[in-house]
Design a protein. Structure first.
Length: 353
């Protein structure tokens, strides 16, 4: 079976790894000149660790990531709730904090151990298909034929555009800010720290390494908005980003399929995006080898729709500017702080969706 994977982000690399461990070494291309240095997704959920275990990727992730076992919610600088991430009663429950570029490096390393490689500097510009094959064309004019093509080329997917698939949804008007920093003395190194500010503003701190953190906010300057003391020694990257809430009307046409952000995108609240793409890639690879490809699109569209709804519900509650909603959120948090059963329900939702 000849498979082309367009895009070497987490979704494309997972598809390639999951095919390779079943004996199918695909061609993986990416228009970048080398791997990305951006640490976009920082939370790896238990489901993704389970998916990536058989290939050996999970072992590498666990060796480098930070085990986040708590969510600490502050009203400005006062702690409102410290929620242990204990949802199912399993001994060791956590979200793994790790910068996305590190996650991609581990996926690439395992892919190369399994005989695969990423061809960088190669951009898909055209594709045509008939009942038996897909013919693709690259920016340099090179053409090739494949049995299947996987569009893992992100939110602005060329593959999706070439298939004429509608990317339905909307863009949020507000700008969010992000900073990846080295810092010392932060007390919450095993926790997601969420600070609720006035008027629906929020700042979140995620540990990535013992002294490396992600700070993200729906304000103009995440670091300036943080009401707690983070002793920053180095700013690796600071910038702004916009959020789109969109989902492809269908996850493929004929012999061409979509995975990851090419099929869906939403806010980083809840930390679902990359994890959803990892699950898409794993399921597509399994169906390519074991059968049931025709059910891929419908199955993953349904999951994607649910995840987008969950992520949007959390974002709206977290950033609500409505004083009644904010009062209710605080009341629920206060109640949860002395109700272990409610805390477990929250934890379960965060860990397992
Ligand atoms: C600020 C921020 C924070 C986030 N935090 C989280 C988080 O905590 N948890 C989480 O789960 N998710 C998070 N996300 C979302 C997450 O980063 C994405 O869901 C994830 O990167 C999508 O992976 P992907 O492989 O589908 O696409 P991408 O990572 O976008 O990779 C697509 C690749 O395709 C390549 N490509 C594009 N077009 C072509 C072409 N024509 N030919 C060849 N190659 C092409 C690109 O160069 C790119 O390398 C965050 C996103 C942002 C912006």
């Amino acid at each position: 079976m000849k498979v082309l994977i367009v895009g070497a982000g987490p979704a494309g690399l997972t598809t390639a790894v999951e095919l390779a461990r079943r004996g199918i070494v695909s061609d993986v291309i990416d228009l970048r000149e080398s791997g990305s240095g951006l640490s976009r997704a920082v939370g790896i959920l238990p489901a993704s660790l389970e998916i990536l275990k058989p290939s050996g990727v999970t072992g590498k992730l666990l060796a480098t990531g930070m085990k986040v076992r708590q969510v600490r919610i502050y009203r400005h600088s006062s702690l409102a709730l410290a929620l242990p991430l204990k949802g199912s009663g399993a001994d060791d429950e956590f979200v793994l904090g790790l910068a996305q570029d590190r996650t991609e490096t581990h996926l690439r390393d395992v892919l190369s151990e399994l005989g695969g490689t990423v061809r960088y500097g190669t951009e898909l510009v055209d594709l045509r298909q008939d009942a038996n094959k897909v013919t693709v064309e690259m920016r340099d004019g090179a053409k090739a034929e494949y049995d299947y093509v996987v569009g893992a080329d992100g939110a602005r997917s060329t593959t999706r555009e070439l298939l004429n698939i509608d990317f339905r949804g909307h863009d949020l008007p507000e700008t969010w800010s992000i900073a990846d920093v080295d810092a010392e003395g932060w007390p919450n190194t095993n926790a997601f720290t969420v600070c609720q500010l006035s008027g629906g503003d929020v700042v979140v701190v995620v540990p990535l390494e013992p002294n490396r953190f992600r700070v993200v906010s729906n304000t103009e300057d995440a670091l300036a908005a943080l009401p707690l003391n983070l002793n920053v020694t180095n700013i690796r990257r600071a910038g702004e980003f916009k959020i789109s809430i969109r989902q492809a009307a269908q996850y493929g046409v004929g012999r061409v399929f979509l995975v990851g952000d090419a099929a869906h995108c939403h806010s980083p609240v809840g930390g679902r995006g990359m994890n959803l793409g990892i699950a898409d890639g794993a399921e597509l690879a399994r169906r390519m080898v074991e059968g049931g490809l025709e059910g891929y699109g419908e199955a993953r569209h349904k999951v994607g729709k649910e995840v987008i709804a969950f992520s949007e519900a959390v974002r709206k509650v977290m950033t609500s500017r409505n004083p009644v909603t904010r009062f209710l959120v605080l009341a629920v948090l206060r109640t949860a702080s002395f109700m272990p059963a409610l805390q477990r329900q929250f934890a379960k939702k965060i860990l397992y969706g």
